[in-house]
Design a protein around this ligand. Structure first.
Ligand SMILES: [Zn+2]
Length: 128
């Protein structure tokens, strides 16, 4: 299955600024929207991997999250139109984490040919 794959994980152990606290519901909504479109990668084949994972944990003073989403391609035009704003929202979290020196933070995406076989390009994740 060719898919657009989003992976991100991170933990912020410092009090979140109010701007980020306010932005958090929209960020979660964007991720939930993606999750509704995601499928297990390599579904129905050997070596199936359990993507379509979203984990959030948040208290008033910290947040941790992990997501691994594979959205089957081709993407609808409606979704393509939304991707930039979803990317911007995820990036808000990332920018804050990087600026506060949280080391264990990652947010990437790539076109994934997992399980396709043949001479497909290798996975080459780009930073969100
Ligand atoms: Zn991949």
């Amino acid at each position: 299955m060719t898919s657009l794959r989003f992976t991100a994980s991170g933990q912020i152990n410092k009090p979140l600024p109010s701007a980020l606290v306010k932005a958090l519901p929209a960020i979660k909504d964007a991720v939930t929207n993606l999750q509704s479109l995601a499928r297990k990668i390599n579904e129905g084949k050997k070596n199936e991997e359990p993507t379509n994972t979203v984990v959030w944990g948040s208290e008033s003073d910290h947040i941790s999250f992990a997501l691994d989403l594979a959205i089957p391609m081709p993407l609808s035009q409606a979704l393509q139109d939304k991707i930039p704003s979803i990317r911007t929202k995820i990036r808000q979290l990332k920018d804050y984490a990087v600026n506060t020196g949280e080391a264990a933070f990652s947010a990437k995406y790539h076109v994934c040919y997992h399980g396709e076989g043949g001479n497909h390009p290798p996975c080459n994740p780009e930073e969100i």
